[in-house]
Design a binder for this molecule. Structure first.
Ligand code: SF4
Length: 251
C-alpha cells in the first residue's frame, strides 16, 4: 500500500464537510465518480447495508459490492444475500478467510470464538478485508455515528489509517429511525431476524437476541467487552498472522 495518500488530507476534510449534509445517494454518487473502478462496498447485510445496496442498485453506481463470508453466517443471511442480488441485479462477491472452519479448528482449536474472539475476528474478517482493500482506493461502509463509541467520530469521508485508503460513510449522520423509514418507503429487503429480536446480526455463535430496552448491539459478543469486529476500529492494524492469506474469491 502506498504511504503517499491518494487524496491530500486537507482536500479530504474539505470534501467531507461539503458532503456532510448531502443525501447518502449523492455521497455515493460523488464517491463513485471520484474513485471507480477502485471503490468497493463491504456489506454485512444489516438494514443500513441493505439501504446502501438499494441506492447502489437503483442508480447502477459502479461500486464493487462484497461481503465477508466467515463461514458462520445465519442461513437467513444467506437467503437475504441471494434476495438482494436478485432484486437489484448485482453480484455480491464472497470474500473468505484463508482458513476454513476445519482448518481453524485444527490449527487453533475448536470454537475459537469462545476463547479468543478477537483472534477469530482477525482471521475471519479483518485479514480478508485487509487483503481485499489492498486493491482499492476507497471503501464504502454502512456505519452510523450513533452506533458505538468507536464510530462517534466518523466523518463522511476520512482517511482509513488502518487499511490505508479513503473510507466513505454515506449514512454516518443518519439515525436508526431514518434507516427504517427508508426501508419501509422503498420496500428494501432486510433480514427476518430483525423482527425476531436481533437488531444487529453477525456470526451465529456471537449474536444473541436483545431484550427490550437493551442497546441494539447488546446481542453482539454478549457478556464481553468486545463491541467491534475490528473493521472500524481506529487504532493501528494488529499484526496479521503469518501465512494466512485469503482464498481466491470464487463467488
Ligand atoms: Fe469469529 Fe464471532 Fe468474530 Fe464471527 S463474530 S469472526 S464467529 S469471533
Amino acid at each position: 500500500m502506498s504511504s503517499q495518500p491518494l487524496v491530500p488530507t486537507d482536500d479530504l476534510l474539505d470534501a467531507s464537510r461539503r458532503l456532510e449534509n448531502r443525501a447518502p445517494e449523492a455521497i455515493l454518487a460523488a464517491a463513485a465518480s471520484r474513485f471507480a473502478p477502485r471503490i468497493g462496498f463491504a456489506t454485512g447485510f444489516g438494514p443500513e447495508g441493505c439501504v446502501l445496496l438499494d441506492m447502489i442498485g437503483r442508480h447502477r453506481l459502479p461500486i464493487d459490492v462484497f461481503t465477508l463470508d466467515t463461514g458462520l453466517l445465519f442461513p437467513e443471511t444467506h437467503e437475504l444475500w441471494r434476495r438482494l442480488e436478485s432484486r437489484y441485479r448485482l453480484r455480491i462477491r464472497a470474500v473468505r478467510p484463508a482458513l476454513d472452519l476445519a482448518g481453524q479448528a485444527s490449527q487453533l482449536g475448536d470454537r475459537l470464538w469462545e476463547r479468543d474472539p478477537d483472534r477469530c475476528c482477525g482471521i475471519r474478517k479483518v485479514e480478508p478485508l485487509h487483503a481485499e482493500l489492498a486493491g482499492l482506493d476507497a471503501w464504502v461502509t454502512a456505519i452510523r455515528r450513533d452506533q458505538t463509541r468507536d464510530r462517534a467520530a466518523a466523518q463522511v469521508l476520512e482517511r482509513d489509517a488502518r487499511f490505508g485508503l479513503v473510507k466513505v460513510n454515506p449514512l454516518v449522520a443518519w439515525t436508526s429511525a431514518l434507516v427504517w423509514d427508508y426501508v419501509r418507503r422503498h420496500d428494501v429487503p432486510v433480514s427476518p431476524l430483525h423482527s425476531l429480536g436481533y437488531p444487529s446480526v453477525g456470526c451465529r455463535p456471537c449474536t444473541s437476541p436483545v431484550r427490550p430496552g437493551e442497546d441494539p448491539r447488546a446481542g453482539r459478543w454478549r457478556g464481553r467487552e468486545k463491541t467491534e469486529c475490528g473493521l472500524h476500529a481506529r487504532g493501528p492494524m494488529p499484526t496479521l498472522a503469518q501465512g494466512l492469506r485469503p482464498k481466491e474469491r470464487t463467488e
